[in-house]
Design a protein around this ligand. Sequence first.
Ligand code: DC
Length: 643
Amino acid sequence: MKFLDLPALLSASGRVRLPGSKSISNRVLLLAALSDGETEVLDLLVSDDTQRMLEALQTLGIGVTPLGGENWLIRGGGGSFPIKSASLFLGNAGTAFRPLTAALALVGGDYTLTGVARMHERPIGDLVDSMRQLGAEIIYLGNEGFPPLQLKPVSIQQGGVVRVRGDVSSQFLTGLLMALPLTGQTVVVEVVGELISKPYIEITLATMARFGVQVERDGWQRFTVLAGSRYVSPGRIYVEGDASSASYFLALGAIGGGPVRVEGVGRNSIQGDVRFAEALAKMGAEIELGSNWMEARASKSGLVAVDLDCNHIPDAAMTLATTALFAKGTTILRNIASWRVKETDRIAAMATELRKLGAVVEEGEDFIRITPANLKPAAIDTYDDHRMAMCFSLAAFGTPLRINDPKCVAKTFPDYFERFAAVTKAAPVIAIDGPSASGKGTVAARVATALGYAYLDSGALYRLTALAARQAAVDWADETAVAAIAAELNVEFSGGDIRLNGELVGDAIRTEELSVGASKVAALPAVREALLFRQRVFNKAPGLIGDGRDMGSVVFPRAVLKVFLTASAEARAERRYKQLIEKGFSANLADLLLDLKQRDERDSQRSVAPLRQEADAKLLDTTHLTIEQAVNQVLEWSREALQ
Ligand code: DC
């Protein structure tokens, strides 16, 4: 899927069972592989990053058996890998790449580690330097300091003191610590520079402890792994829900009323990102915590901006950046330099995309400052970064928007958008489709007024495209040129008025000639594609009535009510005849009937989005109905659908 269009949201509430934590999943898999004995790993995250780790372990000769669902059996290698020469592809999974580098460098073997292009831009030099201090032989196959890497077989028997930088990525220290029991020696690790993302080190130490290795530590500066430390399987281990993934749903509850409850992490979690809940509470949300769940709801006073040091919640802090769009005042997130070396440069990406929505953003080396504004629709790029896609879904509380490449969420949360849809309520759409001159425009406009909803006359967009093409002397059959015009169409709908390039259009788009032109340009797939998002941005609170040919089938397939409104060709020709005469145009009934039949034919026979009654649409034949009767029927159906 190239993009996902999100309608404006009205509210959020419900429960979400979280997928397993990525950080814990990949640590548990590696330690289970390094253990003596078999480990049943339950509730593992099923995602790209864990898939890369599972594949790598299998390639290295570790027994990996699926037990169904999110459960796996890992047969440990007791501190070594059976396969001594292998090439591993690790995608963009930092939580697989760094620890595997450390472990493989110490067990001895001939290994090549590669990833996607972005992985090759993410630094690993500090970890390599540390491993070299222990005698590991590591060669850079590309740029100095970055993957891909080649590891040479060596026999490590060295203990002593190893220094590692802690201020670029905590994954270096994590990788090193998890690998050290493989040396069989006592090793002291000294952290150089201020250690960032400390909570992730807590996860590492807690997970190592579950596998029987206690690390002695002196603050955040010195860590000692004693000679004789060995990983032993705990037999069975449950992976906690992902606390970073929890952040999106908690924020939904805080912005959209709530309560939204996430299950799988809570007060007793070992993940630092549960402290996102504190940050959200600081912004004014009401938070409740249980041992294995968390819940957020909006407070009466709404959300307010915060000025926060985010070192302790680097990943979840991204969620604060888009939550800030709904907080009063300017939010400042500090100490987030690590964002720059993640899946993408997240500070730059966040600033660029927030600005597209209209927010005022200032970015610095290690901070971002966000002032909200009235949000405007935009197409958000996600930079192959799952968190960008998930964070920006929150913006739908302010505007309909497009998320490009939404599938990137598969890195940690493959069914994120399904869960998102399950706990959010979108501004409803009532779709009214039907042939020309069936009266659906009049009915739709009246229903919109009665319900206080916005009204989209989608046919007008095709008519305007035909008009703009005519003005630019572009042939209606020239698909590329007409699509370019449709994409750039400068139109403004306000009340009943339509402006094209600032000029009132009036009845100029209602002539028979332009009816034919609209029908012709509407048959061009590229034109329909160009107008799709433009139509969807009408889907705002409190709701929308859309009138056209493909409202229910293509543009708003999730419409709460779909009506197929029609009348006999003769009745429609007569209505059109009266309309034209009233407006002072000359008209001939026989010609009109012929024209109408040809247009019906073209609209229903075209290959893209043809006019037809959808299986889930209600048929309303108005041949013998007055406008009032038709309006009342649609209103009655609407009330039922909106209940
Ligand atoms: O509803 P209308 O008569 O104003 O529409 C003008 C033309 O635009 C009509 O021939 C079909 C086309 N159209 C379409 O293909 N899809 C829509 N959703 C609306 C109109």
